[in-house]
Design a protein around this ligand. Structure first.
Ligand code: C5P
Ligand code: C5P
Ligand code: ZN
Length: 467
């Protein structure tokens, strides 16, 4: 049987385990992928008439798993769980729909475990947590939910986890979900300028705030961004600035080709040049000019809620609230943007320390533990020094939070951040996991230096021996 069929069979088994119950709990992760995964489950459980409550957590630890065990209500974990198989509660129904690397020591503990890695499918690029929840929802075959109905949420989750980055488009199972959504009329996709904000921002702000890639001479320079567009024949003309979606196709093409020329003349690397145009994803049921219309803007809006302790707001938006909760989400988004800009500034000012095989910064309490990973990822993608992965430290209530981010070229050399951080965190008495390209941990305060030494050695071993 093919890997895909085996995975479908597993999804069917997990669905059967859920259908046995009149009430379940959903435990999910506090980011865009976790929110969309939970929303997909809520839609499906609603239609089946299964009572449910949802809890969002930063990460699973033994304390939370003890609480789950005490409550003794059948539980569906989405976008987390696979890294904690050894500690899963026994003697109660647990279903895991996750795409993180698997805790192999506990692999025998859980029967109802849906994870692409089990079937030779890469959980960091081919299927997200929301994608797993989507497969599970399909197997639940809910009345009223047709194939492709929830694909838009699944794609927002995948885009939120940056799963389209490797190839500039979604691939593998994600692409199949995308096509189901397109066939159902809920999703569309096309190659487009990669900048963030195509639906909602005035055009010059796309250049002004572009960080991936960083536009030499334009990013951070409002006058230069406006002048660049004026030369291409686009300006406000005394009126309001238009948004990217308001430009004609010809105007959009002119901007893209002039930008490519500009970046070539400024000697932008081919890696960054390639990132100027990537595939973009539109949610057809959403109103034009809103964040929800664009998968990338939607996912940022969701991150702005759950990562700040307001997962209920993001979940309500995913479940269709376009009134009060959306207004709250907009306020949170403003703060999130400000925090990211300030976070990046802090890293620039404090600087990044280089060791032999890793580089790191310590944000102390100046950047929230829940967004320090995003800041680390943005710092790395802007950086000229992309030869080593980046680690970031931040204070959290549970200890010292570590976030790490790598690059595809380091992965090809053998880097696996989840393996490294999992092993090194365990050595200093912490826990961690994630994906090969992005992983995190919480370690005891005071173990930072030892942890850095261990990580430097282990990453060095991975990329010099290729394993
Ligand atoms: O917990 P979860 O799986 O949802 O998070 C995945 C994380 O990996 C996201 O924070 C995402 O930004 C990061 N990532 C990345 N680069 C990639 C793929 C994922 O930084 N190419
Ligand atoms: O928190 P951060 O964005 O750095 O997380 C990166 C990835 O590592 C995410 O996929 C997250 O779920 C995972 N992670 C983990 N265990 C932790 C912290 C993060 O599996 N203790
Ligand atoms: Zn995820």
């Amino acid at each position: 049987m093919s890997d895909h069929l085996l995975m479908k069979q597993r999804a069917d088994e997990c669905a059967a385990a859920i259908r046995r119950h009149g009430e379940v709990r959903v435990v999910s992760h506090i980011d865009a992928d976790g929110l969309t995964a939970a929303a997909i489950m809520c839609h499906a459980l609603d239609r089946l008439g299964i009572e449910h409550s949802v809890r969002f957590v930063k990460q699973l630890d033994k304390e939370i798993l003890d609480e789950v065990a005490d409550a003794n209500i059948p539980t569906v974990f989405t976008d987390l769980g696979s890294g904690m198989l050894s500690d899963m509660p026994r003697g109660m129904d647990v279903v895991i729909a996750d795409h993180h690397q698997i805790d192999q020591d506990g692999a025998g503990n859980i029967t109802h475990h849906l994870n692409p890695h089990l079937f030779g499918i890469d959980g960091s690029t081919e299927l997200s947590g929301a994608g797993c929840a989507y497969l599970l929802a399909q197997s639940l075959s809910c009345p009223g939910i047709q194939s492709g109905d929830l694909a838009d949420l699944a794609i927002v989750g995948a885009v939120g986890d940056l799963q389209a980055r490797k190839f500039g488009k979604l691939v593998g199972c994600n692409r199949e979900i995308l096509k189901q959504g397109r066939d159902r009329g809920v999703l569309n996709y096309k190659k487009d300028i990669s900048f963030f904000g195509k639906q909602t921002r005035e055009v010059f702000r796309l250049l002004l705030y572009s960080s991936d890639p960083y536009l030499p001479g334009l990013t951070g320079n409002e006058a230069a961004s406006i002048e660049f567009l004026r030369k291409v024949g686009i300006d406000a003309g005394g009126e309001r600035w238009r948004r990217w979606i308001d430009l004609t196709k010809e105007e959009q093409q002119k901007v893209v080709s002039s930008l490519v020329q500009h970046c070539i003349s400024r000697r932008m690397s081919s890696y960054h040049l390639h990132r100027l145009v990537t595939e973009g994803y539109t949610l057809c049921r959403e109103k034009e000019g809103t964040e929800m219309r664009d998968a990338s803007e939607y996912s940022t809006l969701l991150n702005a809620t759950a990562r700040y302790g307001f997962a209920d707001v993001g979940l309500a938006v995913c479940l269709g609230d376009r009134e009060g909760k959306l207004a709250e989400a907009h306020d949170l988004l403003k703060d999130h943007r400000k925090n990211l800009v300030e976070g990046l500034k802090l890293v620039r000012e404090r600087g990044i320390t280089k060791l032999a095989y890793i580089q790191y910064f310590d944000a102390g309490s100046s950047i929230r533990d829940t967004i320090v990973g995003i800041v680390a990822g943005m710092s790395l993608s802007n950086s000229k020094n992309r030869d080593t992965p980046i680690l970031a430290f931040a204070e959290s209530d549970a200890g010292l939070k570590v976030s790490t981010r790598g690059t595809q070229s380091l992965i090809r050399k053998g880097l696996n951040l989840a393996d490294a951080i999992g092993a090194c965190a365990a050595r200093v008495g912490g826990t961690g996991g994630g994906h090969n390209i992005a992983a995190g941990a919480t370690i005891p305060r005071g173990s930072k230096d030892e942890f850095l030494e261990l990580m430097d050695a282990m990453v060095g071993e991975q990329i010099t021996t290729g394993k």
